[in-house]
Design a binder for this molecule. Sequence first.
Ligand code: 8IG
Length: 263
Amino acid sequence: MDDPYLLATRAADALRTRFGVDGIDLALVLGSGWAQASEGVGDVLDECPLDELPGFSAPVVAGHGGALRLVRTASGSLAAIFTGRTHYYEGRGVAPVVHGVRTAAAAGASTLVLTNGCGGISHAPGAPVLIADHINLTGATPLVGPRFVDLTEVYAGRLRALARDVDPSLEEGIYCQFHGPAYETPAEVRMARAIGGTLVGMSTALEAVAAREAGLEVLGISLVTNAAAGIAAQPLSHAEVVEAGRAAQPRLRGLLTGLLERL
Ligand code: 8IG
């Protein structure tokens, strides 16, 4: 089994069988700081460990989820919520990183909401930020061969407008994806700023590219959990990340709830 598209088709079939549905309408990937906020955003119909489906493996990071949850939204849509993701820094390659995205598309989703926790260059910790565009600094791509995918509008303006309907004070930013797992050096953060980045993270861009290839409409939302290295006086700490996530919960919950009422 080395065709990632075929593997996603099989995972989508397993999803349909496991949940007893014909398909899904949208998918939501939960990043650091988003798990709690997603609770209660719809009626939970069912849930299973992600590694029950072909091609998925158990999470490697403590605090990163590994479940697939089926939710009926207030608008009546069926949403698949991935409570965690595979990161490129895990070293398994790019295909496992985008397997959830391809599975969601194969299961019929037309909309993908990607969330993450990240560092802020020009956004304060605690702020949710709409991703307006990205810069992929991983040197990797999920696309193999002559797949000339148009990336003019990776993050749909229509969905960003919808998010701003819910929360008009949302900022927009440019997400720079680094390989990780080390956080950036201050010089790397200055480089990211110089080339137009306002957020630094370790996910999302690769997933968004695979999503555009699959024809999904993408919304990306970052929770800034820490100032990027060298932006604040102190070094980065995991405790800071956890605390910023905790403090932002009510706002994130309101945002997700409002979004899922509209999707
Ligand atoms: I949470 O400062 C989180 N994830 N690259 N840099 C990068 N990823 C992150 C950061 C950060 N904080």
